[in-house]
Design a protein around this ligand. Structure first.
Ligand code: DQQ
Length: 661
């Protein structure tokens, strides 16, 4: 497709005029921006409506519990008061986010929307995770600005201090020594200026060579325009980076001509230009239905030049949220700083697709002179090819961990139960276990994601089952002590003779995890794998499995799937089958790893080539009643399984004892 220059003004765009930012604004959120020239009549009208609005707000505030949006207070917000829900009271939840121009933040059930389940407190409390990062209460979404500074890993996150649903987006902040145990800190940034009063949205950190930290984030302005803002730590010598200063000249970027005011968000970490004297960032947007990444150059992060055209565009992919762009080494296993480029480097470009709420990536080559990124395989371009995760995983972000020379990926894992149930629980969403990202040197066509090694600190007792023979249609229970908190590593070998002599019927040529009936659908060569969070009679259970198809030409393909169809007897939770193909190379066994942590199961196939994150909400398979099984539901082949499982401890996640410093 032809390059689009923003110096031209096409007439087919949603909004072809540039946003005029408001200069020299007073700091207070309530201030009416100056610089807008309005007639006296208009001003009088505004004054009247403001007084009217203010009285409404006051009336509302007086009826509300004490506000929790304390700037740099020590609280992390408190839970909204659970309201009893009667089946008759349940209606479709309101849409959240879309009117402000971001993807839908309400989880909308695809079936059984009006059906309800009488969750007990015990079941709901069981759903809270033991070793995934989540705030004490309320709503969380995207991970923001992760970084390592003076011995601490910092994680910021989109957070609602008031409720378990999306809104009032504030930057939560937590620190960790090991990416597993976390201490909550006071909020880093709250919506308190005209340029971010509707939300301090997603952003990224850049650590400059002299150690300065630059944070760029999207502000949603008082008039619902997405602008980019600059913030920096007040005191770099503070390892906790407690205080953040918003630059007085904010916003530093407004939507350029031709870009819609609600289509311009989530700046990336910066990388150095080829001559090393300027920084570049990319920001996601769209032109009609084409997802694009705009690139800006800056010296001081205060003023910017937009480079002509865009770094990349993919028709039909819609708005690109939370773009991420980073190098991976094709020779080494260490991660790379974001500015590294050269012949032994490929670049990953990732976009979170607003339209389908999944994170897609592609491998390619970045030409810094032309400022173009070219995918290795145009058929696997961003948004039409590979996904980081085939389950629930969105708005992810990586950072280069200079402490251990690795690149680490985090993703937002939303709930897939009803919003009413989230309000009852008093919380919604978790962050994935941080994953290292490397180039897969064996296939050359994908990345590998793997839980950071620190998660293994939580492993305690293990049980091992070697060479378990699973004939066609068999199931094998595995005894474990903590079935809701497990690290499971399993490998499977299939009977070669049966495999060689088996050709699948045509129907299997079109096998796809989401549409082929789940683990109950028996093929000649699959499914086989593990069932987690199953109950005694398997009225509930979540199979994680391989399914092989093999055509008359002898070519085999392996699918890796997670089947939620029987994960819960409750009707008001999402139950789908996730998954995709996974490359299995000659000589490799079929291998999987699943991290089970109450209502989340993160599963990695073939060392992390294909990953699936499921949220499951069983009613019976909770606490000690949950069980793990090996199974082989293929009709033709026997499978030999070996599995090792560790009980996983509980991470220490609590408020930082600042008063003890
Ligand atoms: N979440 C933020 C936006 C981003 C979206 C708002 C992705 O900046 O585009 O909470 O989930």
């Amino acid at each position: 497709m032809a390059n689009y220059s923003f110096r031209r003004q096409p007439d087919d765009l949603e909004n072809a005029t540039s946003y005029t930012s408001i200069p020299d604004q007073p700091e207070a959120a309530s201030s009416i921006p100056v610089g807008h020239r309005r007639s006296k009549k208009l001003l009088a009208g505004i004054l009247f409506s403001s007084v009217f609005l203010l009285s409404l707000i006051l009336l509302y505030v007086n009826q509300q519990p004490e506000s929790q949006t304390k700037v740099n207070g020590t609280n992390q917000g408190k839970s909204s008061t659970p309201k009893p829900i009667t089946p008759a009271a349940r209606t479709a939840p309101p849409s959240r986010g879309v009117s402000q121009g971001v993807s839908e933040k309400t989880f909308r059930l695809t079936s059984g929307e009006n059906a309800t389940y009488s969750w007990t407190n015990a079941m709901l409390s069981w759903q809270r995770t033991a070793y995934h990062f989540q705030p004490e209460h309320n709503w969380m979404n995207d991970p923001n600005g992760p970084l390592f500074h003076k011995g601490w890993y910092h994680l910021f996150y989109q957070y609602n201090p008031d409720s378990a649903v999306w809104g009032t987006i504030t930057w939560g902040h937590a620190v960790s020594k090991d990416l597993i145990h976390w201490l909550y800190l006071p909020f880093a940034m709250v919506p308190d200026h005209w340029y971010d009063i509707k939300g301090v949205w997603t952003g990224s950190a850049t650590i400059l060579p002299d150690g300065q930290i630059v944070m760029l984030y999207t502000g949603d302005t008082y008039d619902v325009v997405q602008v980019q803002c600059l913030a920096y730590p007040a005191n770099l010598s503070d390892p906790l980076l407690l205080d953040w200063v918003k630059y007085s000249g904010n916003p530093v970027l407004v939507p350029p001509p031709g870009i819609g005011p609600k289509d311009f968000r989530d700046p990336t970490t910066a990388w150095l230009s080829p001559d090393g004297d300027k920084w570049r960032i990319t920001i996601g947007s769209k032109l009609n239905k084409t997802g694009i990444s705009l690139v800006y150059e800056t010296v001081d992060f205060k003023t910017y030049d937009m480079l002509d055209g865009y770094m990349h565009a993919v028709p039909g992919t819609g708005m690109w949220e939370c773009v991420d762009f980073y190098p991976v080494s094709i020779k080494e296993v260490n991660g790379l700083d974001t500015s590294v480029n050269g012949p032994s480097v490929k670049h990953v470009l990732k976009a979170s697709l607003d339209d389908d709420k999944n994170d897609y990536y592609a491998l390619g080559v970045y030409d810094p002179i032309e400022n173009k990124w070219i995918p290795d395989d145009p058929e696997l371009d961003v948004g039409i090819g590979l996904r980081y995760d085939y389950g629930k995983f969105y708005a992810s972000k990586t950072f280069y961990d200079q402490n251990k020379q690795r690149r680490i990926l985090w993703g937002w894992i939303r709930e897939t139960d009803s919003e009413d149930d989230d309000i009852l629980k008093g919380w919604a969403s978790v962050q994935s276990i941080p994953r290292t990202v490397v180039f897969d040197q064996k296939t050359g066509s994908n990345i590998l994601q793997w839980p950071v090694s620190e998660v293994e600190e939580l492993r305690s007792e293990s049980v091992e089952f070697g060479n378990v023979k699973l004939g066609p249609g068999s199931i094998f229970p595995l005894k474990v002590d903590t079935p809701s908190q497990l690290d499971i590593v399993a490998s499977f070998e299939i009977d070669e003779d049966a495999f060689e002599g088996t050709v699948e019927v045509d129907a299997d040529a079109s096998y796809s995890c989401p549409t082929s009936g789940g683990a109950a659908n028996r093929g000649k060569l699959g499914p086989f794998g593990v069932i987690v969070l199953g109950d005694k009679t398997l009225s509930e259970g979540t199979p994680i499995y391989f399914y092989i198809t093999k055509g008359a030409n002898g070519k085999a393909e392996t699918h890796f799937c997670a089947d939620e169809l029987r994960s819960s007897l409750a009707p008001d939770v999402e139950k789908v089958v996730y998954g995709s193909k996974v490359p299995v190379l000659d000589g490799e066994k079929y291998s999987l790893r699943s991290l089970v942590d109450h209502s989340i199961v993160e599963s990695f196939a073939q060392g992390g080539r294909t990953v699936i994150t499921s949220r499951v909400y069983p009613t019976k398979a909770v606490d000690g009643a949950a069980r793990v099984y090996l199974f082989n539901n293929a009709t033709k082949v026997s499978v030999t399984a070996s599995v090792k499982m560790w009980n996983m401890g509980t991470a220490d996640i609590r408020t930082f004892p600042l008063n003890e410093l």
